[in-house]
Design a protein around this ligand. Structure first.
Ligand code: UDP
Length: 345
């Protein structure tokens, strides 16, 4: 019997890419729910994909019914955008924590395998230069810095899921995305300042002739990870050969792409210049510095560095990332060009 995978938040960046990859490369069935479907494209036509437009907090019966029916559950509904952590922290708590706790409990009740998205942000301001799933401390700032409500919500769910594993034998995997990037991360055509992750924001700024803004000069570093590599890792986790991913935590990131935000800006402009239709925009691109308080407001606190140890993923899943940042930027632009979405004069 083909594996049945339930993806809540199937239209998100991870959900839509994962759905597409499963349908293209496996014989599994996918059951999906999301409040919208604009990123799902041809997946919606596939008979192995059963999609329902709906809200997991409202359509409880559908969710419970499908948790019972499926083998592997991926609750991917969450707000994962720093501006929202400081603008609407309670919504982050209600959705990322409360709504997902209900799904976690459904998985315990029906004894289902749970693949839960933790986050690289759980490490916060950990002093470790390389972040380890088992040994690194999770370090956050004062309460006034509301940014940390996201990391705290995710961390507490990690702990709840772990505890269900110990007490009730819940079969789970926690995965921690490190700045996954690629097509469909955010809306490239409508990337309002702060509404997107930095990768989409910078691309959009170049294409819309807006200055790239480096928060506090852009010295902070991230390990940018191409979504294709990341999804390859998730596929191995879903497959779970000989239980290799059961009750495990995996950082999914690319330590070789540990770069400053200023370097990201530079490479974004350079890759745009490789495309004849964007060359003039890349040549006209400007980069300015803005302080974090102006950009995000007083509830924000930045993270200066974030490099994953990927030893556990290498050892248990045989996985390693292979796509560098330039290639990731190129693929993302090509994707939008092919769809005729970026047609800038
Ligand atoms: N950032 C920036 N300019 C922007 C948007 C973000 O310099 O226009 C910085 C932000 O302060 C952070 C980093 O880029 O240090 C990554 O931001 P992102 O929104 O991708 O999320 P994070 O990695 O912090 O979760």
């Amino acid at each position: 019997m083909a594996l049945k995978v339930l993806i809540l938040g199937a239209n998100g960046f991870i959900g839509s890419t994962l759905t597409e990859q499963i349908l293209a490369n496996r014989d599994w069935q996918v059951f999906g729910m999301d409040i919208s479907d604009d990123k799902l494209g041809d997946s919606l036509k596939d008979p192995r994909f059963k999609f329902v437009e709906g809200d997991i907090t409202i359509n409880r019966e559908w969710v419970q019914y499908n948790v019972r029916k499926c083998d592997v559950i991926l609750p991917l509904v969450a707000i994962a955008n720093p501006l929202q952590y400081v603008k609407d922290p309670l919504r982050v708590f209600e959705l990322d924590f409360e709504a997902n706790l209900t799904i976690v409990r459904d998985c315990v009740k029906y004894k289902k395998r749970l693949l839960f998205p933790s986050t690289s942000e759980v490490y916060g301001m950990s002093p470790d230069s390389v972040l380890d799933e088992e040994t690194s401390s999770l370090v956050y700032g004062p309460i006034e810095k509301q940014r940390w409500i996201y990391a705290c919500s995710k961390q507490l769910l990690d702990r709840v899921i772990y505890a269900y594993g110990v007490r009730d034998g819940l079969d789970y995997t926690l995965f921690r995305p490190f700045n996954w990037i690629g097509p469909r991360l955010d809306n490239l055509l409508d990337a309002k300042e702060g509404s997107s992750r930095v990768f989409t924001q910078f691309l959009s700024n170049v294409l819309h002739r807006k200055p790239i803004q480096l928060v506090d000069g852009g010295k902070q570093r991230r390990s940018f990870t191409y979504v294709g590599d990341a999804i390859d890792c998730l596929m191995r986790i879903i497959e779970n050969k000989d239980g290799c991913a059961s009750q495990q935590i995996f950082n999914i990131g690319n330590p070789a792409s540990d770069l400053s935000v200023a370097e990201l800006a530079k490479q974004t402009i350079e890759v745009c210049a490789e495309f004849p239709q964007f060359k003039h925009l890349a040549e006209a691109a400007t980069v300015v510095s803005v302080d974090a308080g102006t950009y995000y407001g007083k509830y924000y606190q930045d993270i200066q560095a974030r490099v994953p140890s990927i030893k556990n993923a290498k050892d248990r899943l045989g996985w390693a990332p292979s796509t560098d940042l330039r290639t990731a930027i190129r693929h993302t632009l090509q994707y939008h060009v092919q769809r005729g979405e970026v047609n800038f004069a």
